[in-house]
Ligand binder design. Structure first.
Ligand SMILES: Nc1ncnc2c1ncn2[C@@H]1O[C@H](COP(=O)(O)OP(=O)(O)OP(=O)(O)O)[C@@H](O)[C@H]1O
Length: 314
């Protein structure tokens, strides 16, 4: 262990990082966040927000123009030899020779990984034990993603980078991967996840950051990110009862008999609505009350960021 490494310090620290590409386009414009050991942190964002550009810096594949990055206490670019054996990277496209079997692929990869798990263990870990002898080209898309994951886990990493791990998987494959990621977390692995699936971040992340145009627009737990967004109550009024009959305090938008109320005080508004319905003897068909989802928060954030830039989003 080197002097700059604190065992209890964050697994990842990013401070004021900027990255430009040839031609001067700045894709990452001053990003800061930190990820505690054993935490799962999700990096979300609109298309082209700069997630991949940021993650590549953390993986030591490029050097930031300015700002500082520490992964397990080291600069991942300057000190790549110290960091690389301790991280696992699951790429979006594995790109293996398609004529090799799953087991041969793992063995080939193990040849360049220090302290690699045995092949059978790596395949079992991702539920591919029974597919060891199958050629890569005969694996399903979901199985190939799991093979990508087996390779990322081969060196027993302390920090795992998952880039869109469930893209192309069906609902069951996605749930299986989530279970696996949860188990890895229970084993104490720190995970940095990028995903376009907000429900994936909602299901897995301890904390998350939403990026837009190279910067972090909001960060926190799902509950913190959604807390600032209004909750929603929906129902249908019976014929003969107009939305105008609702209590004045409830800001209701109506379309025919369907009513939607947006509120920052879900419990109070719901109580007010239910008391009114009981007193007035009005049945509320299809009543549904819920806090804002991460998806709503994300869409709101993307919309306000675009509006601030003068772009209209429908
Ligand atoms: N090699 C490159 N040269 C020039 N510009 C680039 C390069 N790579 C990415 N960019 C630009 O940098 C910006 C951020 O790209 P990046 O791939 O980091 O975003 P992202 O958030 O990962 O996007 P997505 O969700 O669409 O994959 C985009 O505008 C992209 O066009």
């Amino acid at each position: 262990m080197t002097s700059d490494e604190t065992p209890q310090g964050p697994a990842i620290e990013v401070d004021g990082v900027r990255r430009s590409y040839a031609g001067g386009f700045e894709a990452v414009t001053g990003v800061s966040f930190s990820v505690a050991r054993g935490e799962l942190f999700a990096l979300l964002g609109t298309n082209g927000a700069g997630k991949t550009s940021t993650v590549e810096l953390l993986e030591g594949l490029a050097r930031p123009d300015s700002g500082a990055i520490r992964v397990l206490g080291h600069d991942p670019y300057a000190d790549r030899a110290a960091v690389r054996p301790r991280i696992g990277v699951m790429l979006q496209e594995g790109g293996f020779p398609s004529d090799l079997t799953a087991a041969e692929t793992v063995r080939m990869w193990a040849g360049c990984t220090s302290g690699a798990r045995p092949t059978a263990e790596a395949l079992e870990l991702v539920g591919l034990g029974h597919r060891a002898g199958v050629r890569v080209k005969q694996l399903s898309g979901g199985e190939r993603r799991r093979l990508d994951l087996a390779l990322a886990l081969l060196g027993r990493p302390e920090v795992l980078f998952l880039d869109e791990p469930t893209t192309g998987l069906d609902a069951e494959g996605r749930r299986d991967t989530w279970e696996l990621v949860r188990r890895l977390k229970e084993d104490g692995i720190t995970v940095l996840l990028t995903t376009h699936y907000l429900e994936e971040a909602e299901a897995l992340a301890d904390r998350l950051a939403i990026m837009h145009r190279g910067r972090i627009v909001t960060t926190g737990s799902t509950a913190e990110v959604t807390a600032a967004r209004p909750a929603r109550i929906r129902f249908e009024l019976p014929a003969g009862v107009a939305p105008g009959h609702l209590p004045l305090g409830l800001r209701a938008a109506a379309e025919g008999r369907r009513v939607e109320i947006r509120t920052d005080r879900l419990q109070e508004s719901l109580t007010e609505l239910l008391c009114w319905a009981a007193e007035s003897n009005v049945p509320l068909t299809g009543l549904d009350a819920r806090s804002a989802s991460l998806e709503e928060a994300f869409l709101d954030i993307a919309k306000s960021a675009a509006e601030a830039e003068g772009v209209t989003v429908s």
